[in-house]
Design a protein around this ligand. Structure first.
Ligand SMILES: [Zn+2]
Length: 352
């Protein structure tokens, strides 16, 4: 899958291709987001771009404003698009069926899984997968054989000399031996291997796994249109907000919260995603020593604020954003959501 065929995820796609182009590919990453929003599609597009032999860069902005994309026609891309690349290994929850009566593993259902992915533009949900497999009431899992296969794959060289990529969809359903296998390879990463955990609910993941992966947060697919229209306004709102949180100025903060809670749900969610991503970028600039262009339209803020976001508070802030975005998506009472988030961030900023 090329990035251009994934709708409404331009910002994250641009971030992903940038990490590859600048040679900063973390060997284990957790793509956190709804499957229906394209989290698995993005993971596969990411792997395809990594292995593409003729990456395309768009100086003037490509389709939907993409900065780059895989070519879609080199031998590696072709195999990726058919999901048959020998260095792409797909794992997913599975169970016994009419044709596989005992001891099932992902290896038994590769054809079915490809069909399923193709039929739904790689955005199918777990429920749809179970329906597709006609599992009725059975729960899919990763069992012993999946763990054995993972060990074998992680221990071998790539077939074609590029990166071998292990994608585990709905990785939060891993337990026991599968989880331990992954944990072990996260601790001692094999050479030229990329492990992509595609996860909908991070609360079900072992914290030891989470702490060893780089988080890629996939938004619910806010339309690019909304994002681009509001981006200047969002930057101004963000600067004002962060200044209030730093000083914890209650009077102006509560006015800010009031004005936010009058906005529509989509705009609130769009702003929160913008703010979360901005904070993450501050952390990266501050901690990875990366020369990133930060432009919030305020010189003083551009230089001073990123230093506030450190490894001591980024996780806390990120989690607070995750929960607020989730709450807004579930029609939580906006005033309370924004106020609670404000207090959590304010507290975290003091722990830098
Ligand atoms: Zn290519």
């Amino acid at each position: 899958m090329q990035f251009q065929y994934i709708e409404n995820q331009t910002a994250i796609a641009n971030h992903l291709t940038e990490t590859i182009d600048s040679g900063r590919v973390a060997h284990a990453q957790m793509f956190l987001g709804e499957s229906s929003g394209g989290s698995l599609a993005l993971a596969i597009a990411f792997a395809q771009y990594l292995n593409c032999q003729n990456r395309q860069h768009y100086a003037q902005g490509g389709p939907h404003g993409l900065r780059a994309d895989s070519c879609g026609c080199c031998p590696s891309c072709k195999k990726y698009q058919e999901l048959t690349h020998p260095d792409l290994h797909l794992f997913f929850p599975n169970a016994t069926t009419d044709s596989v009566k005992k001891n099932p593993s992902s290896a038994d259902f590769q054809t079915e899984f490809r069909e399923f992915l193709n039929a739904r533009k790689q955005k199918g949900t777990l429920e749809e997968w179970y329906d597709f497999m006609q599992l009725d009431k059975k729960q899919g899992l990763f069992r012993e054989r999946d763990a054995d296969d993972m060990i074998q794959i992680l221990g071998m060289k790539s077939y074609e000399g590029g990166y071998k990529v292990v994608v585990i969809w709905m990785a939060e359903l891993m337990n026991g031996s599968a989880a331990n296998t992954i944990l072990k390879s996260l601790e001692e990463p094999p050479d030229k291997t990329l492990i992509l955990l595609v996860v909908e609910n991070s609360e079900r993941m072992l914290s030891t796994i989470i702490s060893r992966t780089q988080l890629v947060r996939i938004g619910g697919g806010v339309s690019d249109e909304i994002t681009s229209i509001h981006v200047d306004e969002f930057a101004t709102l963000y600067v004002t907000w962060m200044r209030q949180l730093f000083k914890l100025n209650m009077m102006s903060l509560s006015a800010w919260v009031d004005s936010m809670s009058e906005k529509g749900r989509e705009e609130q969610k769009g702003f929160l995603q913008f703010a979360q991503e901005s904070t993450r970028q501050c952390f990266l600039r501050n901690n990875a020593g990366m020369a990133m262009k930060m432009d919030f339209g305020d010189e003083k803020f551009n230089t001073s604020f990123p230093t506030m976001i450190t490894e001591n508070n980024i996780e806390r802030i990120n989690n607070a954003f995750d929960e607020a975005i989730f709450a807004i998506g579930r029609n939580g009472y906006a005033k309370i959501v924004f106020m609670e988030l404000s207090f959590r961030i304010s507290k975290a900023l003091k722990k830098r």
